[in-house]
Design a protein around this ligand. Structure first.
Ligand code: IVH
Length: 680
């Protein structure tokens, strides 16, 4: 760290000012280098800002001392009418590309046969931005130009000077004339923020970070460029007198030493197999980078080898781009439908003409909320750009307005819930709108509540997925999660997709869920703002559902880890008459009550509260199974009554089987019992 700056107003004489200016410029350049190139900041923002303020003050007091390499000279100049044309010192070549292993192997074979010897390769991410050439004379940035047609480009020097990661003076001993080529990019986060700002200002948002970077650099007003967070990575160079290095890997190292940011993901590999391994590795890793890449560039490492291989047309024979499958595609926005979530939030969802994006077929994409649809100005019938980035769910980037058909229809959020018809309401300070109906009265909310109830982290009822829930709801067999525990074989067997076995299996897992720990039961209720962790705190504190339901808001808020908003939400939940009915229903079933919760605390309580009857011959003595059941907290009875939860059947079952079937009691075979016990 550096010493505290002396007070600038005290510097009166020019030579002291000159010395201090020089010192400040030096420090700021060092700090920039540490930050932008080494990615290891050496000063805090306040110190840095202090140096900049002091430097500006000195330059104001002594205008004759303003140096062209001063960081204050990054301030944007006046707008220009048009960009001047610049002829590049060395043409900016483009790259041939390939998309498969075979093609890359063919490239490698050609390289090796032309050279007559094997070669190592320098592998680099292929940045998806805008290629520029920077010309330095005696270490000072003099011209920056876009690629243009490769021979001449546009002079964007004034704009480029505002990009902080591009050095305006070089460090060390760089060649007297040097042309450095690299990519100007915008990070994804900055791109999203820019689009927000553009929309707020009523302007058209950019389609992707590359367009945003290009648009930001090709601004006639450098002040606009200065306001855009652009980054730069260098990847090649040319010096009329030759470069002081022999390989691409050394070139990257010396570019860094001269002050240029280079990619930390470059790698020198011994052969094409290792290059292919790099390609595979980067295909996944690249999604964690803050910027977009669309492939990998593979370059023959030796510069003499590069020269020998030469250029055909505009493409070097010593480098090739391996392009990853495009993760953006055009398709038709067929419709916008509205989904109602568990908490009643209405979400617009795009229905798309199925399209392959980065190798995955996409036919739906969430549109988040009405504001997003308006922001993107999407109309039904539009051609849209769909993007998938890594694991991220597909999203619609933009509508292609030029292709909009005259009959494209704008979309608005419905004023009533598409599931139950109740009016929707806007919740204060939320973007979302919600169905105003109670969850238990809105089929969509109810279906998702039950799905949540049955989910693996809650009651863990296997075989109760969305399709089965839908069937049970449409046949009027359930109206609340508690109804699940009243289902019978007779009700299930005639349903579509059900048979005897699947009915028994579902009933078995429903019954097994009765002994779920209290925390799971609380989580399963779906109380807004109460997730797994809060549910555990509540279970530990109250020990049963009825005690939790009776807790006052003050009691709840006093708990560690539970804030006022969560406690209010819990209170509101238990005040709702439908929820009160659900809680007493569950308690009557023995779910969430103190006894069940207590006995279920140990690992031997899987069958707590369950009654079994065994009939027929099993592979082991009956006593063996009776003990297993009892040790797991269950009870074995002799008589088949409606209170019995399971009948376990062995070979040659007796009349008990028929009776159990009549009563709709789920039947287990030995394997089923072991599964229930967690032993199979
Ligand atoms: S080398 C002769 N290296 O890809 C060498 N290009 O499709 C020419 N690009 O116009 C370029 N990352 O804009 C090179 N690490 C990298 C690159 C890279 C991105 C861009 C560059 C070029 C385009 C060719």
């Amino acid at each position: 760290m550096f010493a505290v700056s002396p007070d600038p107003v005290r510097i009166q004489d020019e030579s002291a000012a000159r010395a201090r200016i020089s010192e400040l410029i030096q420090r700021i350049h060092e700090a920039d280098y540490a930050y932008y190139v080494l990615d290891a900041p050496v000063v805090d923002d306040a110190t840095y800002d202090g140096w900049m303020r002091e430097l500006r003050a000195l330059e104001e007091a002594f205008p004759g001392l303003v140096r062209p390499d001063s960081p204050t000279q990054r301030v944007p100049g006046a707008p220009v009418e048009a960009f001047a044309k610049v002829t590049h010192l060395d043409p900016l070549l483009s790259l041939g590309n390939c998309t498969s292993e075979e093609e890359l192997r063919r490239f490698d074979q050609r390289v090796r046969s032309l050279l007559g010897h094997p070669t190592s390769y320098h592998c680099e991410p292929k940045f998806d931005g805008l290629s520029i050439a920077l010309v330095y004379r005696d270490g000072q940035l003099v011209v920056a130009a876009t690629r243009g047609d490769g021979t001449t480009g546009e002079d964007v020097t004034a704009n480029v000077r505002t990009i902080r990661s591009i050095p305006i003076v070089l460090r060390g001993q760089a060649p007297p004339v040097l042309q450095v080529r690299g990519e100007v990019i915008m990070e994804r986060a900055a791109f999203l923020a820019l689009n927000e700002a553009l929309i707020a200002a009523g302007e058209t948002p950019k389609a992707n970070p590359r367009n945003a970077a290009a648009g930001s650099l090709r601004q006639l007003d450098p002040r606009i460029t200065a306001s855009r967070p652009l980054r730069f990575f260098a990847y090649s160079a040319y010096a009329p007198g030759g470069l002081p290095v022999a390989t691409q890997a050394e070139l990257i190292a010396v570019l860094r030493a001269w002050g240029f940011p280079t990619s930390p993901y470059n790698r020198l590999v011994p052969d094409v197999d290792a290059a292919l391994a790099y390609i595979r590795e980067m295909q996944e890793v690249r999604h964690s980078w803050p910027f977009d890449t669309d492939g990998v560039v593979i370059k023959v490492n030796g510069l003499a080898d590069q020269a020998e291989l030469g250029v055909v047309g505009r493409e070097p024979r010593w480098a090739i781009a391996y392009k990853y499958p495009s993760e953006e595609a055009y398709t038709l926005l067929k419709n916008i439908v509205v989904q109602v979530g568990r908490t009643g939030v209405l979400t617009p969802v795009a229905e798309l003409e199925p399209v392959s994006v980065g190798g995955v077929l996409v036919s739906r994409a969430t549109l988040h909320n009405a504001r997003e649809v308006a922001r993107k100005d999407l109309r039904i019938g539009d051609t849209v750009v769909v993007r998938r980035a890594g694991e991220v769910i597909p999203e619609i980037v933009t509508a292609v307005v030029e292709r909009r058909p005259p009959d494209a229809r704008p979309w608005t959020m419905p004023s009533t819930c598409p599931s139950c018809g109740a009016p929707v309401r806007q919740v204060d300070d939320e973007v979302a709108v919600r169905c105003s109906n109670r969850p238990s009265r809105c089929p969509a909310q109810l279906a998702q509540n039950i799905e949540h109830f049955a989910s693996r982290d809650c009651m863990n009822i296997e075989g109760l997925g969305p399709a089965v829930i839908e069937t049970l709801l449409t046949h009027g067999l359930i109206r609340s999660p508690a109804d699940l525990y009243r289902l019978t074989r007779e009700q299930l067997i005639p349903l579509p997709r059900f048979g005897e076995r699947s009915a028994d299996r579902l009933l078995a897992s429903i019954a097994a869920s009765r002994s779920a720990e209290l925390a799971r039961v609380i989580d399963a209720l779906g109380i807004p703002q109460v997730g797994h962790e809060t549910a555990q705190i509540l279970a530990r504190t109250f020990g049963s559902l009825d005690r939790l339901a009776a807790a006052s808001e003050a009691e709840l808020a006093a708990l560690e880890g539970i804030g006022p908003s969560v406690s209010a939400s819990i209170r509101a939940f238990f005040q709702d008459p439908d929820n009160q009915a659900l809680v007493s229903d569950l308690l009557a079933l023995g779910i969430g009550c103190a006894a069940a919760a207590g006995s279920a605390a140990g690992e031997n309580a899987r069958l707590a509260g369950l009654t079994f009857v065994i009939t027929g011959t099993l592979s082991r003595p009956r006593r063996y199974y009776e003990e297993l059941i009892e040790r797991a907290g269950g009870r074995v009875s002799d008589a088949v009554t409606s209170k019995v939860n399971y009948l376990v059947r062995g070979e040659t079952p007796g009349s008990k089987l028929a009776k159990a079937e009549k009563l709709g009691i789920p039947i287990l075979d030995e394997a089923g019992l072991l599964a229930l016990l967690g032993a199979a």
